[in-house]
Write a protein that binds this ligand. Structure first.
Ligand SMILES: NC(=O)c1ccc[n+]([C@@H]2O[C@H](COP(=O)([O-])OP(=O)(O)OC[C@H]3O[C@@H](n4cnc5c(N)ncnc54)[C@H](OP(=O)(O)O)[C@@H]3O)[C@@H](O)[C@H]2O)c1
Length: 253
């Protein structure tokens, strides 16, 4: 029996990167899954790729009306939610101190913090005892990378929210945990709008700082549907399936 047999799960930002890889794994483990994202074409492609037991609902996590519509549909169709992976996020608003704009700050915090907060808060009425909330932070939250302060601070906020939420929902038997991935080769880096050479140079500088000396990536020929970011898998299952509460699972390779 799969680890998520009969569970109803939601992954925000499930149409790409880490969210999509996790989505494939959740369905392989028996979940019925809802995925979201702003881009309808990518959402349809992800639903087709996952192939079964999945519904795509277009929406922006920074738009509270979209979140209301999302949960209204889940409630109507399934009546409950067992697992929420609040994964949607952006990382393209980079600028060193001195040239950070109000727009960059607002956009990053609107999606990575405000959007994540209301994703979770609005899910709560659908969640019951045994429910599991997993938040996607980043190892950036504790690093000091040039020009990435706003993104890093948004991910530190995610960790902080989880600590307090653990206390807020513990009496309901709902667990909150955080995963903090290290660098993984996903489309998030394409959104930086940098010339290829600049990205390659930055990447070459980052790689030696990763303990395993390489970026996380999707396996070309997975033995089964085990996602990419293979090192994420044990951490994710720990966070989801056992008794951990308020933990941070960091995997930096
Ligand atoms: N890749 C890394 O090295 C790394 C490391 C640590 C943490 N992370 C975190 O992992 C998460 C996923 O990132 P990724 O690397 O997999 O990048 P990705 O492939 O670009 O995925 C980001 C996902 O978030 C969705 N999204 C972004 N803004 C949204 C919004 N306002 N409303 C709804 N969905 C939104 C995107 O879909 P749409 O564009 O269609 O909305 C997409 O599905 C992010 O929170 C990121 O910060 C990534």
């Amino acid at each position: 029996m799969g680890k998520l047999q009969s569970k109803i799960a939601l992954i925000t930002g499930g149409n790409s990167g880490i969210g999509l890889a996790t989505a494939e794994e959740f369905v392989a483990e028996g979940a019925y899954l809802y995925i979201t994202g702003r881009r309808p074409k990518q959402l349809d492609a992800a639903v087709a790729r996952i192939g079964r037991n999945v519904t795509g609902i277009q929406g922006d996590v920074a738009n509270l009306a979209d979140l209301d519509r999302l949960y209204a549909q889940i409630e109507k169709e399934k009546g409950r939610l067992d697992v929420v992976f609040a994964n949607a996020g952006i990382g393209n608003q980079v600028a060193p101190l001195g040239s950070i704009t109000e727009e960059q700050f607002d956009l990053t915090f609107d999606i990575n913090v405000r959007g994540l907060l209301f994703t979770v808060q609005k899910a709560l009425p659908l969640m019951q005892k045994g429910g599991s909330i997993l938040l996607n932070s980043s190892t950036a939250s504790v690093k000091g990378v040039p020009a990435v302060s706003v993104y890093s601070a948004s991910k530190a906020a995610v960790r902080s929210l989880a600590r307090c939420w653990t206390s807020d929902v513990k009496d309901r038997g709902i667990r909150v945990n955080v995963i903090a991935p290290g660098y993984a080769e996903t489309p998030i880096f394409e959104t930086l709008d940098w010339p290829k050479e600049r990205f390659q140079a930055v990447k070459a500088g980052i790689t030696p700082t990763i303990p395993l000396g390489r970026w996380g990536h999707r396996r070309k020929r997975p033995p089964r549907l085990l996602s990419s970011w293979l090192r994420m898998t044990p951490a994710m299952w720990q966070a989801l399936s056992f008794t951990w509460m308020g933990e941070l699972f960091q995997f930096d390779a």
